[in-house]
Design a protein around this ligand. Structure first.
Ligand code: ADP
Ligand code: MG
Length: 672
């Protein structure tokens, strides 16, 4: 028997059952061995005084009352009896398993697995155990036609036949030694049949390390490949021109901005291809950094393009690029432009007359040709699909690529999801920024204190956002909420206050119009669902009221509140919420305590898991089978460091390790 033999070679597996195993992804013996349980039931008995309320456990005791079955409905019945452990009497009940009565014998010892209730000193039984049973049992994800027990005995037979001994090691000895990892064959065995908790822990630690290490290694190899494809452009930067330009800015760059800019232009000047993510909290000043990078590209004779998700953002960037670079020819391209205007822009891009451009998806339409596109930048990169980003890149001859995001991605996620990119982080806000105060109030305070505050702000000439509650996955309800709120506010404030309503059902052009009107101070209050755009700048808005704020995640609340605090005046966000859950209360509290988007993102990740933050697979975050990027973050970091070291030293001290890993990798189909 060999690892790569089909499972059909196993006793007890015929063509039919093989088919069923195939559906679980098990084709070979090796697949079977790597089909790990998703949990273990620990049937080890514990003394009562060690038990925690609600815990599932096994209790051993002597039966002191006969078992009695009482019926209280059709097919609903309860079996009850008492057992004694030392001097403690414990009440046992089983629901709808009357046939267990015969297994309960007075004065005999019995082992029962069930759920412990510490207050009542009682156990709701799930099963009665034969005491010899192995106390630590694997539980697998199976389907209808595959039984747990069949899978367990199949695995047992494979190990009994000695096949487990054939499992080759796939980590270099240096790593096994350094991190005291058990061998692969021990780990695989102990993932299924650990002798005890400690053995299982070691097996799991090893498998997690392996999974994360291989993942990071792949990323590093891809990254090196990318870098070594020296086909990237060399954008020599004109240092003096850049320095002069920076002097003309109305403010000094922050240290973090300077550092990011340095990283970007160094990449651009190198013959390698740049693939970099620029992250920074809302208002941290990414746009200036991006603009200066664009300037550098233009000074070196290339064109630079900046793609954003909405027309209003495009317009905003266009205005600021023009202000910053009056000596350059800056273009704007959006879907809503007149045909003649568009024709001129396209001609300018093709001839090279336009040096720098910003726009929406319109920038990547088929009809758009560039003369010498050297730098492509995507703002709010997660708003674009992988394909759109690829098309953008292909508009030039392997241009340098910069992506920006205002969703602070915790480092944990950044190095997994974007492990093949380099990451620059702007982790400080410009000096003198007035911090946004965040307050949390209960609904009861809306009328007596929040609305008067709003009135006050408006009287002072400022503007106010109201965010209506979020109903997950119900645009209809979101709209209703926003509309109700809009009417309530109109009724409260009367005609003196001008209120606009913004929601997802509006056309993009209508949304943009409302935002522009709000920016032009045609309205005092903007009631909105969460559609208001990240990045839209209305410096005169100083107050935001978020209704039912506990329905939003931390990152989202943080994004929302980034809409205020953009001007000279002191700004406030009011969270209106009566959270019922502890997690809701915790979220409200932490929002009032920190302004740091990275801290919040980490917190969000802990509370909700990575899936929630970015939604789906298209975010690029891989799924792991044994590892969990949040909880196993320390392992991930170590795995990354080791992968980098081995890749760096691949022609030197780590040659053997590198080649061993690479050989294992090329056996995997998914890697090419
Ligand atoms: P982001 O895109 O990262 O959310 P922006 O680039 O839009 O942030 O910057 C927000 C505001 O801060 C803009 O008005 C910008 O001019 C200003 N700003 C950027 N960098 C600085 C700085 N170093 N000092 C002061 N103000 C700055
Ligand atoms: Mg921005």
């Amino acid at each position: 028997m060999k690892l790569l033999d089909s499972i059909q070679f196993l006793k007890g597996v015929g063509p039919k059952s093989a088919e069923r195993y195939h559906q679980l992804g098990i084709f070979t013996i090796s697949d079977l061995l790597e089909y790990f349980p998703f949990r273990y039931d620990d049937f080890a008995a514990k003394p009562v005084f060690e038990l925690i309320d609600g815990e599932k456990t096994t209790i051993i005791g002597t039966v002191v009352t006969p078992a009695n079955v009482s019926y209280y409905g059709p097919r609903r019945n309860r079996l009850t009896f008492k057992i004694k452990q030392d001097e403690v009497v414990i009440a046992i009940s089983f629901f709808n398993q009357p046939y267990l009565q015969s297994k309960v014998e007075l004065d005999k010892e019995i082992a029962i697995y069930g759920k412990w209730d510490a207050k009542k000193l009682s156990l709701t039984g799930m099963k009665i155990l034969a005491q010899v049973e192995n106390s630590f049992q694997p539980v697998y994800h199976v389907m209808k036609n595959v039984k747990q027990s069949a899978l367990v005995s199949l695995l047992q037979s494979v190990f009994d036949a000695g096949v487990g001994e054939l499992i080759p090691e796939n980590l270099p000895p240096s790593l096994l030694e350094k991190y005291r990892l058990v061998s692969r064959k021990t780990a695989v065995h102990d993932m299924h049949f650990p002798a005890d908790e400690a053995a299982h822990h070691q097996a799991l630690r090893r498998m997690k390390f392996e999974e994360l290490f291989y993942f990071q290694f792949k990323m590093q190899v891809l990254r090196l490949k990318d870098k070594c494809m020296a086909r990237g452009l060399t954008i020599d930067f004109d240092k003096e021109a850049l320095v002069e330009k920076i002097k003309t800015l109305p403010f000094p760059l922050t240290a973090a901005q300077k550092q990011s800019l340095r990283e970007i232009i160094t990449d651009m000047a190198s013959p390698y291809h740049m693939n970099r993510l620029l992250q920074g909290d809302v208002g941290s000043g990414k746009t200036v950094v991006a603009s200066l990078a664009m300037y550098t590209a233009v000074k070196a004779g290339f064109q630079a393009a900046l793609m954003v998700p909405t027309e209003i953002l495009a317009q905003q960037h266009y205005d600021s690029l023009q202000a910053l670079f009056p000596e350059l020819s800056v273009g704007l391209l959006t879907g809503g432009m007149k045909i003649a205007e568009r024709r001129d822009i396209l001609a300018g891009l093709e001839s090279g007359e336009i040096q720098m451009i910003t726009g929406t998806h319109a920038l990547i339409q088929e009809s758009v040709n560039y003369h010498a596109l050297g730098l492509v930048i995507t703002d709010e990169q997660h708003r674009f699909g992988v394909n759109q980003r690829r098309i953008f890149r292909e508009k030039g001859q392997n241009p340098d690529v910069l992506m920006m995001t205002a969703t602070p991605i915790p480092r944990t996620l950044a190095i997994t999801a974007f492990g093949d990119m380099d990451v620059s982080i702007i982790d400080e806000l410009p000096a003198g920024r007035k911090p946004i105060t965040t307050r949390w109030v209960k609904h009861e305070q809306l009328l007596p204190s929040v609305l008067p505050w709003v009135s006050d702000e408006i009287t002072k000439g400022a503007q106010v956002y109201f965010i209506s509650p979020l109903i997950e996955e119900s645009e209809v309800m979101d709209l209703k909420n926003a509309t109700d709120l809009f009417h309530d506010l109109q009724a409260f404030f009367g005609d003196n206050v001008k209120i606009a309503l913004l929601h997802g059902k509006l056309k993009n052009s209508e949304k943009d119009q409302i935002m522009m009107d709000f920016k032009a101070r045609k309205y005092d209050v903007l009631v909105s669902t969460t559609v208001i755009e990240v990045g839209v700048n209305v410096p005169n808005a100083t107050l935001m009221v978020i209704m039912d704020a506990d329905r939003f995640g931390l990152s989202q609340l943080h994004q929302l509140r980034g809409r205020v605090g953009r001007g000279e005046k002191k700004s406030t966000t009011i969270l209106v919420a009566n959270p019922k859950s502890d997690s809701g209360k915790h979220r409200m509290k932490i929002m009032t305590e920190t302004q740091n988007g990275f801290v919040l993102a980490e917190e969000d990740l802990k509370m909700r898991g990575s899936g929630e933050i970015f939604g789906t697979r298209q975010s690029g975050i891989p799924e792991f089978s044994v590892a969990d990027i949040v909880n196993d973050y320390p392992i991930l970091e170590v795995a990354r460091t080791e992968a980098i070291t081995i890749c760096k030293e691949k022609d030197g001290s780590q040659k053997a390790a590198y080649e061993m890993i690479l050989a294992n990798l090329s056996n995997e189909e998914s890697f090419d």
